[in-house]
Design a protein around this ligand. Structure first.
Ligand SMILES: Nc1ncnc2c1ncn2[C@@H]1O[C@H](COP(=O)(O)OP(=O)(O)O)[C@@H](O)[C@H]1O
Ligand SMILES: [Mg+2]
Length: 233
């Protein structure tokens, strides 16, 4: 094992330009995530949590600053290399699930394997076995051939958890993973999520405005006025 942080962000700025108006959202955010560490970021609605997660996860380039993933400068890579890095090393869970409506539960979970560069793609049998095993571990063995519309919200999010784990990622990014669920259903999803994170030793970065959820992580940071703070509200 090396001691290098898995993910390191230095002095991240992110602004959106809307016509003549510049909206600064992130103002000098630095963050370091150790391997296996579970970090939560809290912040009010509109504070920039989703924006930060997208920048750290390789989905949206910062206006300034640098994101290093395991020693690789994410945004100095070609778009194709960045896509490959994201597909092979990261998993995303969104508040709104984002399952593809025309695919079954099993197909949705298998899909990330198809996004891998060809040389990294497992055989289709192995992909299917892994998807079935992940779905079993989130309690959905009985729903493999259902469509997303035939599932409850909690079942859809558990499918999304299994999908995020498909390529055996180093890190999981979760954006308000229980934001659309009632608290009991949300708890079931979180149990699945934290169990898989533990079992597979995945690094976790989660954003939420739910304090109880954030307290299940190893540390909680606060995004306020475009900056990350460690103090309490
Ligand atoms: N694509 C975009 N274009 C313009 N403004 C955006 C865009 N995405 C987010 N914003 C603005 O950035 C701010 C932070 O948004 P967001 O990151 O979604 O916050 P949070 O997830 O904490 O609710 C908001 O003011 C939002 O309007
Ligand atoms: Mg958000």
């Amino acid at each position: 094992m090396n001691d290098r942080p898995l993910l390191q962000a230095d002095a991240i700025d992110k602004s959106f330009v809307m016509g003549a108006v510049v909206i600064p959202v992130l103002k000098g955010v630095s963050l370091s995530l150790g391997r296996g560490e579970r970090t939560a970021i809290m912040g009010a609605s509109g504070a920039g949590k989703t924006t930060l997660l997208h920048v750290l996860g390789g989905l949206e380039s910062p206006t300034a600053g640098r994101v290093m993933f395991d020693g690789t400068d994410v945004y100095s890579q070609s778009p194709a290399r960045r896509t490959a890095l994201r597909a092979s090393q990261t998993g995303f869970i969104f508040q709104a699930y984002y399952l593809l409506p025309e695919l079954t539960v099993l197909e949705n979970v298998m899909l990330p394997a198809m996004a891998l560069p060809r040389r990294l793609q497992p055989k289709s049998r192995a992909t299917r076995d892994r998807a079935e095993s992940l779905l079993s571990s989130v309690g959905l063995s009985g729903r493999l051939h259902h469509l997303p519309t035939e599932l409850s919200g909690g079942e859809q999010q558990r499918t999304a958890v299994a999908r995020a784990m498909m390529n055996n990622p180093e890190i999981l990014f979760c954006d308000e993973p229980t934001g659309n669920l009632d608290s009991k259903t949300g708890d079931t999803v979180l149990q699945c999520l934290f169990r898989l994170v533990e079992e597979h030793q995945v690094t976790l970065l989660l954003v939420s405005h739910n304090r109880a959820l954030c307290d299940q992580c190893d540390r909680v940071l606060f995004l306020r006025d475009g900056r990350l703070e460690t103090d309490q509200e």
